[in-house]
Write a new protein. Structure first.
Length: 209
């Protein structure tokens, strides 16, 4: 049975589109039940509406603080009863509340490196190049109420090549993200993710947490 996803985003929605495509191909046992954007002009809202998915803007700057913003997001999500909340390029801090055990985020680096407040999008890749490290990558993790923390589900590396630019490195990392996030969602749908403190154990096929 397909799980119900709530997808939260702030921009163009390429991650959302990737999930739609995986679902269409039968590669992901999920349905997108609702999409919420932190900006009214986020193109991800249009992607959702084209597919008949309810899509709402909860604009961060219209709320006095993170607590008020979080309550507004929760109010939108509640009627759709999502099994899993997916942060897909969602750039606002969110108090998870009732979704504290079922929210996944994708980050374009190997957490805990190049993560935390201010590390998003091109800022991450620029910092990687400036640091001169040889490896970066992507991480899918369960969320808590802090930036880029919570137990890691999946993590894979990308080699930083000589002559890389922010754009070339970012393209390779994004390609990896598009593989890792659907894989993590599918593992969740199959009940194969067991959170044990700071660690996530991936159970064998047929075994549920």
């Amino acid at each position: 049975m397909a799980i119900r996803l709530a997808v939260l985003l702030s921009g163009s929605g390429t991650t959302l589109e990737n999930l739609f495509e995986r679902i269409d191909k039968g590669l992901l046992d999920a349905e997108v039940a609702v999409v919420v954007a932190s900006r009214g002009d986020a193109f991800g809202l249009e992607r959702a509406r084209r597919r008949g998915v309810p899509a709402f803007a909860v604009v961060r700057r219209e709320h006095a603080d993170s607590a008020s913003f979080s309550r507004a997001v929760h109010a939108v999500l509640e009627p759709y009863a999502p099994d899993l909340v997916v942060l897909a390029g969602f750039l606002c801090k969110l108090a998870l509340g009732p979704y504290s055990a079922c929210t996944l985020n994708i980050h374009p680096a190997l957490i805990p490196a190049f993560s935390g407040k201010g590390f998003y999008g091109e800022h991450v890749h620029r910092a990687v190049l400036e640091a001169g490290v040889k490896l970066t990558g992507a991480t899918v993790h369960f969320c808590d109420d802090e930036y880029d923390q919570g137990p890691i589900v999946l993590q894979e590396a990308v080699v930083v090549e000589h002559g890389d630019t922010v754009e070339t490195l970012g393209a390779r990392v994004q390609a990896l993200e598009r593989e890792l996030l659907p894989r993590a969602i599918q593992l969740f749908a199959e009940g194969r993710l067991a959170v044990e403190g700071r660690r996530v154990r991936i159970l064998p096929p047929g075994v549920r947490s």
